[in-house]
Write a protein that binds this ligand. Structure first.
Ligand code: URA
Length: 197
């Protein structure tokens, strides 16, 4: 039976149940033809933070797990430094499939995939949401939203706090003295403070 994200996501009663159905999604023909597998995301029991990234890269596509590549290793270090162990943190992407050659997701793909992430927010029910990078930010606030304008102040999304920050790949690109790395450290410290309260 074909998968209909809007219907199947809203019917999912658990993160794992949603992941099982999403793994069979073929709505975006190009992505379904080029991916190795769907990468629904991970949600440890009792997670109080939900990080939203852009889309799986090559390593995530191979492993079926989000943020296991270079960006993921940096993210793990930054989370640990902020006092946020990865087992308290759920992770999902705007797109559940790797775009070919890691191109930026098309708007139509973001919209096709939206019901999965929307339901994941409800199922994870995090204390705090975090958008990593521009694609995740624009998923939440629309295409005119800019990181520079919205980070540094806690935002709201679906009735909960949302912290806007850079994608770890920007921190890698701009290097250890670059603004994105410093911003990520600061923003993850804000997240840690929010979950402690
Ligand atoms: N970049 C993302 O946005 N998500 C991943 O899972 C890996 C890299």
């Amino acid at each position: 039976m074909s998968v209909l994200p809007a219907r199947d996501a809203s019917l999912a009663a658990s993160w794992e149940g949603l992941a099982g159905v999403a793994r069979g999604c073929t709505v975006c023909a190009e992505l379904a033809a080029t991916r190795t597998q769907v990468v629904p995301g991970s949600c440890p029991e009792g997670a109080d933070v939900l990080l939203v990234g852009e889309a799986p890269g090559a390593e995530e596509d191979a492993a079926g797990v989000p943020f296991v590549g270079r960006s993921g290793r940096l993210l793990d270090e930054l989370l640990a430094a902020a006092g946020l162990p990865r087992d308290r943190v759920a992770v999902a992407n705007v797109l559940k499939c790797r775009p070919p050659r890691n191109r930026t997701p098309h708007r139509s793909e973001v919209e096709a995939c939206r019901p999965w992430l929307q339901r994941q927010v409800e199922l994870a029910d995090p204390v705090v949401l975090v958008t990593l990078g521009g694609t995740a930010l624009q998923w939440a606030y629309g295409r005119t939203a800019r990181i520079a304008a919205l980070r540094g102040q806690v935002q709201r999304y679906a009735g909960r706090p949302l912290v806007v920050t850079y994608h770890p790949s920007a921190a890698i690109r701009y290097g250890p003295r670059g603004a994105p790395l410093a911003a990520l450290r600061e923003d993850l410290a804000t997240v840690a403070a929010l979950v402690r309260h």
